[in-house]
Design a protein around this ligand. Structure first.
Ligand code: PXP
Length: 244
């Protein structure tokens, strides 16, 4: 079964708008877990615009599943990760002025740095994933960092329309097959919503999805419990179709 990681950064954004302590991230994480979310994803950004250091430690101690911490190759954030020891870290690129993570890590050009971060985290028993583009020419570099897992950036897929979207889906599928054949575990995320997730689930190499914005925004109208349940249901349905 494909695992669903729910990114709750946007709940922190709402909390920070009033500088208060609610809505509680721990409460949100527990609702996610009780309604089909398999783990909780948070991004500790360099500028701490949503998730704060304290959230990382509180969530780590209070979730019943586990934390997937997204972070850039930044020394200060690395120290927090090494102290909190989340189950998994996903290394992502980060630009201060971006609204959200705009592309995958360019591992080839940042190879030495990425490799150092992978080793530092793995030495503390933390699983490491790399958030990358579906770029076949970089598969060897992804692997040579020592990371055992990658998350495919599905932003391009989510923005494409009609035939273009099918083309991008094919590219992701053939990339996933090649990367998996090289021994990498394949996850995916970014821009996935209630309309475009099922097609991604048809790619059988993909074992995990990270979804945030669509679930949190739907929760404003339908409740977080229903928003998570509905997404989980779509994933389950698509797996059933694959098996038929
Ligand atoms: N995966 C990674 C690595 C991300 O950086 C993000 C955005 O924080 C997501 C998944 C989730 O993207 P979205 O909020 O568009 O669902």
């Amino acid at each position: 079964m494909i695992k669903l990681g729910v990114n709750i950064d946007h709940i922190a954004t709402l909390r920070n708008a009033r500088g208060d302590f609610f809505p509680s991230l721990v409460y949100a994480a527990n609702i996610v877990e009780q309604n089909g979310g398999d783990f909780i994803t948070i991004h500790l950004r360099e500028d701490r615009r949503h998730i704060k250091d304290n959230d990382l430690f509180l969530l780590k101690d209070n979730v019943t599943t586990y934390i997937n911490l997204e972070m850039a190759c930044n020394e200060d954030v690395l120290q927090k990760a090494l102290k909190a020891k989340p189950y998994k870290v996903t290394l992502v690129p980060e630009r201060r002025d971006e609204v959200t993570t705009e592309g995958g890590l360019n591992v080839k050009t940042n190879f030495a740095k990425v490799k150092d971060y992978v080793s530092a985290l793995q030495n503390e028993g933390i699983k490491v994933s790399l958030f990358v583009e579906a770029d076949i020419s970089q598969i060897e570099s992804y692997k040579n960092t020592g990371a055992k897992e990658i998350e495919i950036h599905t932003g391009k897929y989510s923005l494409a329309k009609n035939e273009d979207q099918i083309e991008v889906l094919k590219e992701i599928s053939s990339f996933a097959k090649k990367a998996n054949a090289c021994g990498l575990t394949i996850c995916a995320g970014h821009g996935l919503n209630y309309h475009n997730t099922q097609a991604i689930c048809m790619i059988k190499e993909i074992v995990e999805l990270n979804i945030g914005y669509s679930i949190v925004t739907k929760s404003l109208f339908n409740g977080l419990d229903n928003a998570v349940k509905e997404m989980k249901q779509l994933i389950i349905q698509s797996e059933k179709i694959c098996l038929e």
